[in-house]
Design a protein around this ligand. Structure first.
Ligand code: XIL
Length: 458
């Protein structure tokens, strides 16, 4: 049952099927005509449960045009440089969060979420770390991750735990770096440390030149994520930086790449989008990237790498959505229109009685399913919450743990550790668009068999 109409605009219609399902309800259906389409990137993306973010530089926050656009258009923020290793641990064991906090506090005050970038990277390391190797470097990296992720615990939607660890070219293997030389397991060690420090943050692997499905580098990252999922290494998402220009254009198989990563059971995020060019050519490339994300259920959001062309790290290529004066470019309009085209169509229900089903996939309802990774002594359970044919504003899931005990959990609030355990959404994953899903998870000792999750809309 789809309560949409693309041909009728703002005309009340009564759907008998829908009315039956909702009791004596009158369903007003209006489509996304210009009259009711969202007018900002964040609001337009939110219609399908996604976010639209930007990189922010602390040094530009005194610029009122910059802040005005930030506050109006974007609902996710990445610190462009301020959370990198050189910024947060300039000398070993001395942590410095001043500029990062300016960005985080502003975002939170404005009700925006934050992508953390980045906990471990071969580049932008502080001088003291560049000269380290072996066990000392491995321990320094793990301590850095633990300290920074703990400091921001509960405030980060997703962390880029490891950035740019794969080599360009045809090898499909790892990039050589001081971190890589500490042992091939440095990436999974980083993810485990991040999970322990902030169990509520999604943990992402982030890279560039991983947009073309046929490239060896893309395949290398894919195999790593596949291996991590198979072995229970905690990874929740893959970030595609997506810096495009004439040497590195938007590939024709971009959507395939997003979908194939998503099929591994991770979210996909476009984390640093910029596309050099101008006019309608640039606008059509932005349209393609946006629509590719919208076509993949687990592509959860898009971040552009800066606000105005003049704010960009590649300013000469005018790769962003606003010109130097803060005016919307053609690329902006194409992104906004693409986001609006994904709807959903606004559905207004006015009536006497509206029944909300508890565990059905119908309007107002939700379903829950579990994916269990069990080993001898313990388990990791990932619970998928899927909205029915109406969007969710909040949800509660009940599980049964007869022979196991929860030791830690992420992306949900929980009532206890064994027996009947109730889980409710946290602030950033209560809204789930119709037909879309969100996930939370937990780790435990003993057996996770028989969890039998049931979902109730709240
Ligand atoms: C860039 C910043 O935009 C610049 O200001 C800085 O001088 C260098 O880093 N991949 C990443 C980002 O993950 O952190 C980089 O950001 C761009 C490439």
């Amino acid at each position: 049952m789809k309560l949409t109409s693309r041909s009728v605009s703002l005309v009340p219609i009564v759907s008998t099927v829908a009315a039956a399902a909702l009791g004596a309800s009158l369903i007003l259906v209006a489509n996304n005509t210009p009259a009711n389409a969202a007018t900002t990137l964040g609001a337009a993306a939110a219609q399908s449960g996604r976010y639209f973010g930007t990189a922010v530089a602390a040094g530009r926050m005194g610029d009122s045009t910059y802040i005005g656009i930030l506050n109006r258009e974007f609902d996710m923020v990445t610190a462009e440089n301020e959370m990198k290793m050189d910024a947060t641990e300039p000398s070993q064991g001395r942590f410095s969060y001043g500029n990062a906090d300016r960005i985080v506090n502003h975002a939170r005050n404005q009700g925006k979420r934050i992508r953390g970038h980045a906990l471990a990277w071969h580049s932008q390391q502080p001088g003291w770390m560049q000269n380290m190797s072996g066990t000392a470097l491995r321990n320094a990296m793990l301590n850095h991750i633990t300290q920074v992720a703990s400091y921001y615990r509960g405030k980060i939607y997703a962390w880029d735990v490891v950035n740019e660890a794969f080599a360009d070219g045809n090898s499909g293997g790892r990039r050589d770096s001081n971190l890589q030389r500490t042992g091939n397991d440095w990436i999974e060690a980083a993810f485990r440390a991040a999970r322990a420090a902030d169990p509520g943050a999604k943990l992402c692997y982030n890279d560039y030149n991983t947009d073309d499905w046929s490239h060896a580098k893309t395949q290398g990252v894919y195999r790593m994520v596949q291996d991590f999922k198979a072995r229970g290494v905690p990874i929740d998402c893959v970030g595609l930086q997506s810096h495009f220009n004439s040497q590195s254009p938007v590939p024709s198989n971009y959507q395939t790449t997003l979908q194939n990563f998503a099929n591994l059971g991770v979210d996909v995020q476009i984390t640093e989008l910029d596309i050099e060019g101008s006019g309608s050519g640039q606008a059509s490339n932005y349209d393609r990237v946006t629509r590719a994300c919208l076509a993949v259920a687990r592509c959860t959001g898009i971040t552009v790498w800066g606000i105005r062309d003049t704010d960009s790290w590649r300013a000469n290529g005018t790769p962003l959505l606003f010109d130097g004066g803060g005016n919307k470019k053609a690329a902006y309009t194409s992104v906004l229109n693409a986001l609006n085209s994904a709807g959903p169509t606004t559905t207004t229900t006015t009536s006497t009685t509206t029944t909300t089903t508890s565990n059905g996939p119908g309007p107002g309802g939700c379903t829950a399913s579990v994916s269990l990774n069990q080993w001898n002594e313990g388990f990791v359970a990932t619970i998928k919450v899927t909205a029915g044919s109406a969007a969710l504003r909040g949800w509660q899931v009940t599980t049964t743990l007869s022979n196991g005990t929860v030791t830690n959990s992420w992306s949900a609030n929980r009532s206890g550790t064994n027996g009947t355990v109730n889980w409710t959404n946290v602030d950033y994953n209560g809204s789930v668009a119709a037909g879309q899903s969100t996930e939370f998870g937990f780790q435990g000792t003993g057996s996770g068999a028989g969890l039998d999750p049931t979902c109730t809309a709240s």
